[in-house]
Design a protein around this ligand. Structure first.
Ligand code: GLU
Length: 424
């Protein structure tokens, strides 16, 4: 494995920050604080599996800083590491600052493979992990949400476990809940919808017509599938889609609603993969998907997929980062030199936490909004954030939207430290 492939996400996040530090004159004490998550909770907990065997799971919850209540999702994956969760919490801080939410970053993860677990085992892991974090999660200070391999189903179990423990229903303790349990309309689609809004704005600025524009999407989970559905609904042609199993291609564009049904509403497709979809004219690998001649490439799966080893193959005009951390710092330089406009994760996928915030506000007030209200408020926030970062890039760092996004976020974050001071 090469060095760049092996780069852990935390080192990647720190590198990104250091790059901003080189350009901006940031107080070195604040830089020091930002490079150290304020709290890392690690737990090993036992779960009785279906066959009677006891398995020990390791889970994490990281708070990047505590200027504001902590917010961030929980992922279940065999690839979870302490460093990954640290990086994801760090990115949440920047993401929340960019869209102006009153949160500091958090993230959680459990090392497990839900694909190899029964529903009962997944529920037990979720509930026991919540129990381990019972004094960490709190509607006023740490509010989890879905991330990779977790969804409204797991959020309902977290809500239930926490509420049973506390003796009252705590609507504000977790977001991404099912609508029937105080979830927000529009939350499930929110991250993908947000990626769509910023992509649409970028296309306008670059003079690319939405009608007939070509799009490739890596990952067809929550983010990728919603992004693909929404951009296709608005006239674009989704010509390539890939996931953990492989990829599919059709130069005329897929009927994404039909593809969605094939993946999610088809009992024969227990892997929930796009592979095997009958309207694919060519099977492709993930690397071939990255190299497609398209207007937009949206990596919507995991970290470090575009590296300095494959970045030169990217022919897209726009890379819209639906995933967290999909592009390594080495790849960033290559994409910039090749005039590819990267819409960085901390901007592009901020729609999820934005609607999480709406859900938290609605739950705390017990007053719920219509889906139209949710979507239009989301649109307003995403467009404003995009405009600010795009315009700022013109002044600070042409074609480096990541640097611009960090700069814009840091204005707020640095101010938070200045205003609060360092206790005591
Ligand atoms: N896990 C999502 C993210 O990475 C959502 C976090 C949230 O809603 O709190 O942005």
């Amino acid at each position: 494995m090469t060095e760049e492939h092996a780069i852990d996400p935390w080192r990647m996040a720190v590198k990104q920050l250091e790059k901003v530090g080189e350009v901006l004159d940031i107080d070195e004490n604040i830089m020091k604080i930002l490079k150290h998550p304020i709290r890392i909770v690690e737990t090993n907990f036992p779960v009785v599996m279906d066959d009677g065997r006891v398995e020990i799971f390791t889970g994490f919850r990281v708070h990047h800083n505590e200027n504001l209540p902590n917010k961030g999702g929980i992922r279940f994956s065999p690839h979870v590491t302490r460093e990954e969760v640290m990086a994801l919490a760090f990115w949440m801080t920047f993401k929340c600052a960019i869209v102006g939410l009153p949160y500091s970053g958090a993230k959680g993860g459990v090392i497990c493979n839900p694909r190899e677990m029964s529903l009962k085992e997944i529920e037990k892991v979720t509930r026991r992990y919540t129990h381990q974090m019972i004094n960490v999660f709190n509607p006023r200070s740490d509010i989890p949400a879905p991330d990779i391999n977790t969804s409204a189903r797991e959020m309902a179990w977290i809500y239930d476990t926490y509420s049973m423990w506390g003796g009252h229903s705590a609507l504000g303790v977790v977001t991404g809940k099912p609508v029937e349990l105080g979830g927000s309309l529009g939350r499930a689609a929110a991250t993908g919808r947000g990626v769509y809004f910023v992509t649409r704005q970028a296309m306008k600025r670059l003079g690319i017509e939405m009608e007939g524009a070509t799009v490739a999407v890596q990952g067809f989970g929550n983010v990728g599938s919603w992004f693909a559905r929404i951009i296709a609904e608005n006239g674009a042609k989704v010509v390539g889609v890939s996931d953990w199993k492989g990829g599919i291609y059709n130069e005329n564009g897929f009927d994404v609603e039909d593809l969605y049904k094939y993946v999610y509403e088809n009992p024969d497709n227990s892997d929930r993969s796009v592979v095997g979809y009958q309207h694919s004219t060519k099977d492709i690998t993930n690397d071939e998907l990255f190299a497609l001649e398209v207007d937009v490439l949206a990596p919507c799966a995991v970290e470090s997929v575009i590296t300095k080893y494959n970045a030169h193959t990217v022919k897209a005009k726009i890379v819209a980062e639906g995933a967290n951390g999909p592009t390594t710092p080495g790849a960033d330089e290559i994409l910039k030199d090749n005039n590819v406009l990267v819409l960085p994760d901390i901007l592009a996928n901020a729609g999820g936490v934005t609607v999480s915030y709406f859900e938290w506000v609605q739950g705390n007030d017990a007053l719920f909004w219509t889906e139209e209200e949710v979507n239009s408020k989301l649109e307003e926030i995403m467009v404003r954030a995009f405009d600010k970062i795009f315009d700022h890039a013109d002044e600070c760092c042409i074609n480096d939207m990541r640097l611009s996004a960090y700069t814009v976020a840091l204005e707020t974050i640095v101010k938070q430290y200045e205003l609060r001071g360092i206790y005591p």
